[in-house]
Write a protein that binds this ligand. Structure first.
Ligand code: NDP
Length: 299
C-alpha cells in the first residue's frame, strides 16, 4: 500500500511550531521575528510567491515588510537596500526573490546579504557550513530542508544502509539535498543531464528525489518497489481537457504510475511546495532566536 506524503499536513505542523516559538520569544525577550522580502520587477510568478510569503509571515506573528522595486532599479540601489536591511535590528531574515532582472548580478546581491540573516541559505558561508556539517549555525535552503523533513517522516532520521538518488545538481535544490541525505548517513548519488542511464541509476534508489524541471520525466519503471519518492518539480503544462487555454501543475514524477510502485510518494501540488514556505518561516524564527542569544526550537 503506497503512502501519499501530505506536505500540507507536515507544513501545517511546522507552522504551528513556528507560531508557538514566535509567541514564546516575544514573551521571554520582547523580540518579534522580522522578515524582509525584496522583489525587483513585475514577474507574475514571483509576485505570487512573494505575497504568499508575506501572508504566511503575518500568520506566524512576524514583523513582515515587502520592498517592491521597479524593473529598472540599479544593482547599486538594490545593494544599498540589502545593506540597510543587514543592519536593521528589527529584521532577522532577508529574502531577495530570484530571478532578478538581467542587468543585476544575482550572485553579487545574494553574497551581499548578511549570512546571519540569509534565511534562504544561498550565501556561500551557509553553503559551506552545510557541506561541512555545521547545520546548527547554518541556514539550510528551504526546499531541501522541507524535503528532508518529509523523508524523515517516511524513513526516520537515520538513513544508514539506504541508497539515495537526487536528480538535479542545482545550488538551490540538488546539491544541498545531497548534503542533507549524506549527513543522514544515506549513500548518495547525484544524477543530472549528463548521467548515463538515469533510469537504471534510479531503480537502485531507496530514496529518490527529483529536482529537474521536466514534466513527469520519472516513470514508474524507474522506481524501486517500496522506494520513497520526493517530487520537487513544479511544471505548468497545458490542460485542454479543463477548457481552452487552461493549464495545470505537474511534478517531475509521473505520479499515477510511480505511486503504483513506490512505498511513499509526494504529490504535486501539495507535497514539497508547502514545505518550502514553512521552512522559510522556520529559518526566520531560528534567526530571531539566534539574534536574541537563545536556543531555537528544532524542526
Ligand atoms: P535547475 O534548472 O537549476 O536544475 C535542474 C537540474 O536538472 C540540473 O542539474 C540539470 O542538469 C538537471 N536536468 C535537466 N534536464 C535533465 C534530464 N533530462 N535528465 C537529468 N537531469 C536533468 O532547477 P532547480 O533545481 O532550481 O529546480 C528544479 C525543479 O524544482 C523545477 O521544476 C523547479 O520549479 C522546482 N522547484 C520547486 C521548489 C518548491 O518549492 N517545490 C523550489 C525550487 C525549485 P545539468 O546540471 O546537467 O544541466
Amino acid at each position: 500500500m503506497t503512502t501519499r506524503i501530505d506536505g500540507k499536513d507536515v507544513a501545517a505542523s511546522v507552522i504551528e511550531t513556528v507560531k508557538a516559538g514566535a509567541a514564546a520569544l516575544k514573551s521571554s525577550s520582547n523580540v518579534v521575528p522580522g522578515i524582509a522580502v525584496v522583489i525587483v520587477g513585475e514577474d507574475p510568478a514571483s509576485q505570487v510567491y512573494v505575497s504568499s510569503k508575506g501572508k504566511k509571515a503575518k500568520e506566524c506573528g512576524f514583523h513582515s515588510v515587502q520592498h517592491t522595486l521597479a524593473e529598472t532599479t540599479s544593482e547599486a540601489d538594490l545593494l544599498a537596500l540589502v545593506e540597510a536591511l543587514n543592519i536593521d535590528p528589527a529584521i532577522h531574515g532577508i529574502l531577495v526573490q530570484l530571478p532578478l532582472p538581467g542587468h543585476i548580478d544575482d550572485g553579487r546581491v545574494i553574497q551581499a546579504i548578511n549570512p546571519a540573516k540569509d534565511v534562504d541559505g544561498f550565501h556561500v558561508i551557509n553553503t559551506g557550513k552545510l557541506t561541512t556539517g555545521d547545520v546548527d549555525s547554518a541556514f539550510v535552503p528551504c526546499t531541501p530542508a522541507g524535503s528532508m523533513l518529509l523523508i524523515e517522516r517516511a524513513r526516520g532520521k537515520d538513513l544508514s544502509g539506504l541508497n539515495a538518488v537526487v536528480i538535479g545538481r542545482s545550488n538551490i535544490v540538488g546539491k544541498p539535498m545531497a548534503s542533507l541525505l549524506l549527513m543522514a548517513n544515506a549513500t548518495v548519488t547525484v544524477g543530472h543531464s549528463r548521467t548515463a542511464d538515469l533510469p537504471a541509476l534510479c531503480r537502485n534508489a531507496d530514496i529518490l528525489v527529483a529536482a529537474v524541471g521536466r514534466p513527469e520525466m520519472v516513470k514508474g519503471d524507474w522506481v524501486k518497489p517500496g522506494a520513497t519518492v520526493i517530487d520537487v518539480g513544479i511544471n505548468r503544462i497545458p490542460a485542454p481537457e479543463r477548457g481552452e487555454g487552461k493549464s495545470r501543475l505537474v511534478g517531475d514524477v509521473a505520479y499515477e504510475e510511480c505511486a503504483q510502485v513506490a512505498g511513499a510518494i509526494t504529490p504535486v501540488p501539495g507535497g514539497v511546495g508547502p514545505m518550502t514556505i514553512a521552512m522559510l518561516m522556520a529559518n526566520t524564527l531560528v534567526s530571531a532566536y539566534r539574534h536574541a542569544g537563545q536556543t531555537p526550537p528544532s524542526f
